[in-house]
Design a protein around this ligand. Structure first.
Ligand code: HEM
Ligand code: HEM
Length: 504
């Protein structure tokens, strides 16, 4: 289908109209400067997005088969490659390191030059980092499917081959991010810069510490969860919060509500999150002061979570209508709300009385996907919807495909989380009941697991549509350079008073 530039209210155009207002007024960069900055990061960012979509599709297949195996345990059992014990960690690692982290490299490499108002520094080094990281993930997945695993959740990749390649890859991408930061042309560091820049040293420290092959027994379990929880909080969460903090105000044409709440949100996270890890081991054989500290720190997380929630809500309030025109904004708002929801659910789960019921049940899987899908993945989808057309200099070809994608993944994941949330609590209550059998606890979860498999099919369809749409955008012929793209000079429509936009 040919693109009709006159098609009314093209989603991305309107969103771009608003952002162009900010490009000219608040940030003060000329159209040509913004285009030059985007051009400097174009190669590495496009490479990241291309690779991440491939990983998303691979991880989806692994997740689907893992889910179907709960309904049909005899499915694909003749091949060792397809057994649950290999597919599940392959799904986790592909989604976390292949899909989410690679897309987050792309987001960081696009965000930092824009925020620092300089061209991306050492892009070739970033490219080399992305390639090394991807080889590391591919080697890790291959070995996992072949039965070679380090045996610790989130750290399953082989520490002799895959992990060093990934560490080197992240270090090189981080070097490009930090060199750009050090050459910045701004004196004030916007909150997104703190989140994105600090994520790289944090990730390298925890990834290296987590993978050192020196821990024994309980010590190893403690380090395992120190790593995994901080990978969630100081890597997956931080870069996506940075993205939301940048794009949400930009799309609606309004500054972030409170600078001080941003500060509290960032430093509260930095202070309390690192102490949270042991709440994964509540009831386990580790010193009780460690568990008590982690539960206290989990409860303290209410401070940064509420600060971020209020700040983002007050930024968008009154402008929710803009979501009709901007798919990126819709996804980012859903992601921001899910961040608050998953964190409050997590704080509840960390309480001993709740954890007694929910630990070792599907409740935790519901929580995982509320966080890693409804927050992290939707935020990355939003970022890709916003960034890709600007880098390619052309608009998304089909509004309907965007709508269908958002509806399918949104509805599918709500079904997933609700089904496993209910199934998990029922399972936990059966497991705690001395008069109930283990078989009864399994039977109680069956309908909910079937519902999860239905949701898996719906989400998969959404992922396929997304990938097809990206390929379509990529292959479009009517290429225009970013300078000629409508994103950069159409009149702002979401900024109420044109008089507020200086220089126009
Ligand atoms: C098509 C969408 C998806 C489906 C069908 C799916 C399915 C599954 C299944 C069946 C499991 C194993 C559950 C168990 O052991 O009881 C799982 C675990 C997991 N998945 Fe997904 N998943 C999807 C998307 C994602 C995404 C996008 C991410 C990350 C960005 C992700 C991250 C994880 C993680 C971290 C776990 C381990 C959770 C835990 O141990 O608590 N999944 N998923
Ligand atoms: C204040 C914030 C949060 C708290 C207090 C919290 C608390 C918890 C607790 C207690 C568990 C362990 C449950 C158990 O095994 O019994 C858990 C697991 C998990 N959380 Fe959170 N959570 C928070 C935020 C998040 C966020 C933002 C994400 C995603 C970005 C997330 C993703 C996960 C995942 C993936 C797991 C499962 C890990 C695994 O078993 O593989 N959490 N969380």
């Amino acid at each position: 289908m040919a693109v009709n530039p006159r098609q009314a209210e093209h989603a991305i155009t309107k969103e771009a109209q608003a952002s162009s207002a900010i490009d000219h007024s608040r940030i003060g960069l000329s159209v040509a400067e913004t285009a030059a900055i985007d051009r400097s990061s174009r190669g590495p960012v496009l490479l990241c997005f291309f690779l991440s979509i491939i990983w998303l599709l691979v991880g989806t297949v692994f997740g689907d088969i893992s889910s179907f195996k709960f309904d049909r345990p005899d499915l694909l059992t003749s091949q060792p490659y397809f057994t649950f014990g290999r597919l599940r960690p392959a799904h986790l690692n592909v989604m976390v390191y292949g899909w989410a982290s690679t897309a987050m490299f792309g987001v960081s490499l696009w965000l930092m030059p824009r925020l620092c108002r300089v061209q991306l520094k050492i892009p070739a080094v970033a490219m080399a980092g992305i390639v090394l990281w991807t080889i590391g993930v591919a080697v890790g997945v291959w070995l996992l499917l072949d039965g070679v695993s380090d045996g610790l959740e989130w750290l399953e990749f082989d520490h002799r081959s895959a992990d060093p390649l990934m560490a080197a890859g992240a270090a090189l991408v981080g070097a490009s991010v930090w060199k750009t930061l050090l050459n910045r042309q701004v004196s004030h560091l916007y909150v997104s810069i703190w989140y994105v820049a600090s994520s790289y040293p944090w990730f390298l420290i925890i990834f290296t510490a987590g993978n050192l092959p020196v821990y024994q027994g309980v010590e190893s379990a403690a380090v395992n969860w120190f790593f995994a929880h901080n990978a969630l909080g100081l890597w997956l969460t931080t870069i996506n919060l940075g993205l939301i903090y940048y794009l949400m105000p930009k799309i609606i044409g309004r500054p972030v509500y409170s600078y001080w709440l941003s500060l509290i949100g960032f430093w509260g996270l930095a202070l309390f999150y690192a102490l949270n890890g042991m709440h994964h081991l509540i009831g386990g054989p580790i010193p009780s002061w460690m568990i008590a500290t982690s539960i206290t720190a989990s409860i303290m997380m209410i401070i940064p979570v509420v600060a971020v929630g209020i700040n983002q809500h007050m930024t968008i309030v009154g402008r929710f209508g803009a979501m009709r025109y901007s798919p990126a904004l819709t996804l980012l708002v859903l992601a921001a709300m899910s961040y608050t929801a998953v964190s409050l659910q997590g704080i509840l789960t960390a309480l001993v009385s709740v954890n007694r019921i929910t630990h070792f049940t599907h409740w935790t899987i519901a929580h995982s996907h509320l966080g890693l899908y409804m927050f992290v993945t939707l935020s990355l989808f939003g970022g890709i919807y916003y960034i890709l057309p600007r880098l390619l200099g052309r608009e998304w070809p089909s509004r309907n495909l965007i709508r269908a994608h958002i509806l399918l993944v949104g509805f599918g994941m709500v079904l997933y989380v609700v089904a496993l949330g209910i199934g998990g609590v029922l399972q936990g209550l059966h497991l705690l009941d001395a008069n109930s059998s283990f078989e009864a606890s399994v039977n109680a979860t069956k309908p909910w697991l079937l519902m999860r498999s239905v949701s898996a099919i719906i989400i998969t369809l959404g992922h396929v549509l997304f990938a097809v749409h990206i390929a379509w955008l990529w292959l479009l012929r009517d290429k225009t350079g970013p300078e000629q793209s409508p994103f950069f000079y159409v009149r702002p429509i979401l900024v109420k008073s044109p008089t507020k936009v200086p220089g126009r």
